[in-house]
Design a protein around this ligand. Structure first.
Ligand code: F6R
Length: 261
């Protein structure tokens, strides 16, 4: 796991966008794993800006979102399918029908989850997965206690996650759905490269557990310690509980400029 601590928040977005650009240069039809939430927003802004300047094209790329709320109507602005369209798909040249998400309105939930797993596999798997992390250590919506081998399924959101996300629902906790469909930890682990972005001190405990804690379903993101290629991009606040922050900073500062994530 490579930990990169960058004082300039714009630098996180640029570094992650460079990684996407390098992947698309090598593999124009790459499969991107797309997170929603606030953590990747500046990355999506950066990718959209590069597309607008003609420096980057996602015309052949495909995308799979991590998760979806259960029961939000098709037009609901916080339905993740709509969020990803608004924040990403509509601002870049990726084909709209090349971006997929779990169906939060499915009547047959197990069948919808199995179909999602199959769609990812049929696309050849995810080349680059963008992740955020919850204050309780979730990735996707794999809440504490999730099986480290789980695949796409329905999960109950914790009260903490619903409180954290109430800001997207006008501060109304009751408006935040109680359930979601999410890629499992096993699904996320199958991605070839994972880039996790965390900013702000409220993420510091989860980031410490992710990088330095014991692997445990109590902090689901710790499963990433078993993945061979994970890049964790942090600002000072999110890095503030890391015991080995000095070492991570020195290591990254000494890294040759030509070497990407
Ligand atoms: C979103 C997702 C979640 C978020 C996490 C952090 O698709 O899967 O794991 O990444 O809840 O959310 P933000 O980025 O809003 O702090």
């Amino acid at each position: 796991m490579e930990i990169v601590i960058l004082d300039d928040p714009g630098a996180i977005a640029r570094l992650a966008a460079d990684t996407i650009a390098a992947l698309l240069h090598e593999k124009p039809a790459a499969v991107l794993g797309l997170a929603t939430g606030s953590s990747p927003l500046s990355l999506y802004d950066e990718v959209a800006a590069r597309c607008a300047r003609g420096e980057l094209s996602l015309a052949e790329a495909r995308g799979f979102t991590l998760d979806e709320y259960v029961g939000l109507g098709a037009e609901h602005p916080e339905r993740y399918r709509n969020v990803i369209d608004r924040e990403f798909t509509s601002r870049v040249d990726i084909a709209r029908d090349a971006v997929h998400g779990p169906d939060g309105l499915a009547e047959d939930v197990p069948a919808a989850c199995a179909a999602y797993e199959e769609a990812i596999a049929d696309a050849g798997g995810v080349d680059l997965q963008i992740l955020g992390i919850g204050t309780d250590g979730h990735i996707g919506f794999n809440e504490p206690g999730s099986s480290l081998a789980s695949r796409t399924r329905i999960k109950t959101l914790t009260r903490q996650t619903r409180l954290d996300n109430a800001r997207f629902f006008g501060g109304d906790l009751d408006a935040v759905p109680t359930h979601c469909l999410t890629q499992g930890l096993g699904t996320i682990m199958a991605a070839r490269h994972i880039v996790l972005i965390a900013t702000g001190e409220e993420k510091a405990r989860a980031v410490h557990e992710l990088a330095e804690g014991p692997v445990s379903a109590s902090w689901p993101a710790t499963v990433l310690q078993h993945h061979p290629h994970v890049s964790v991009l942090l600002d000072d606040g999110a890095a503030s509980h890391l015991r080995m922050a000095g070492y991570y900073r020195e290591t990254y500062a000494a890294k040759p400029g030509w070497q990407g994530l």
